[in-house]
Design a protein around this ligand. Sequence first.
Ligand SMILES: [Zn+2]
Length: 479
Amino acid sequence: MKSPDAAIKQFGNTITAADLKKQLYIVAGPGMEGRETGTAGQRKAADYIRDQFKAFGLQPGANGEWFQYYSLFQDVLESSQINIGGTNYEFAKDFYASLKDSKSESLTVNNTVLAGYADKPLQGNYKGKAVVFLQDAPQPGMRRRMNPVDQVKDVVKDAKVVMFVMNNSSMANISRIADRLKRSGLYMGQADEQESQNVYFISETMAAAIFGQAAFDTYKASPKESLKSLESKTPLEIELKKKTDETKSSNVLGYLEGTDKKDEIVFITAHYDHLGTHDGQIYYGADDDGSGTVSVIEMAQAFTEAKKAGHGPRRSMVFMTVSGEEKGLLGSRYYTEHPIYPLEKTVVDLNIDMVGRVDPAKVADTNYIYIIGDDKLSSELRPISEAANKITNLELDYKYNDPNDPNRFYYRSDHYMFAQHNIPIIFYFNGVHEDYHKPTDTVDKIHYELMAKRAQLVFYTAWEIANREDKLPVDRHEK
Ligand SMILES: [Zn+2]
């Protein structure tokens, strides 16, 4: 009879460079169209992952189904214009508004007030009026400026409409991003019925049309401290019409039942969505996160093979690939807010996001992986991870685990949603590179041997957590 150690290695070694490569050429191939959430490419990828899980002998992991569906919404502009004293101005040319934050409206205002600068708004009675604010030009070296809407919100409560004047040079570029302005990003959960007034960002030309060119020029040239409000009776007719489209996306869950501790669950995750196809170019996302997706697929196979050979895990395992990551960790957020397995019984989430490439800073010795978040919630996770690495012998680089690191990678992938619920996590990551989020993140640039080693590290770590006597403790609280 083999020692348990030998058994572990026998199954760890089924995760090979050749198998990962075969999988990745499909998952990050042209047929998947860049896997953008809410598109046909994403759905094809989901079907493919399900078919793999099924073929290995996993069970559907989402209450008897393979997919956990969730709804996503997107606001689309139907029409919008502002008429100032008989002249029409166009959306995404002369002005814009955030569609998600705006409501459909059609109204006339006969009283408009220019009320100083956004960072020093003038008080006044603005009931039923449109209130317009100037903004300082951003200073070189200044951090992103404060949201002007927040700066004036106490002053404009009764106003019918709020407007900010954008300088002509920033307005000159907006027609280039018209498509993005006329369509909001995908968001989860129906937006609340908008109660506050709409906010429009208008050109200096429009402001001059409201207040008169000379008066507006004088106002702009006056010292900020001595400004008083300036009124106009020029009628404004404002119209904005939008609709909200709904689309569905899914997380894919495969379940492997444990033995004597089957109520406790070990999660292994990666996001299978990427950026899609734009202007005829496919964003393949081979590293981001095709690499994590195929690692999860190969690990699912290794653990099911082990179980068939009589070495099934004591705890149950869920192999979950999520969508919506590139849109703001939506799929993992949905899962952790609508968990299928009790979160208090969820022992760990090992999340893999980009493990196939090499950080330019690491070319001298590529035998590494960045480990993030492993010491934040459980004191025993790092020792387990380091012991597992005795087999794989990678350099475990904790550089990005530093809470002061400006990249803040800890907050930037799906494990973070689990950590928010007090579930210990490890985030496996190779760092960014020149092809990050570009169409050139392709399968030919992946280091398959290295990726296999990294996936094996996750496998051995998961094996120990799934099989050890004691549940991984949650004894630290660094979120
Ligand atoms: Zn990613």
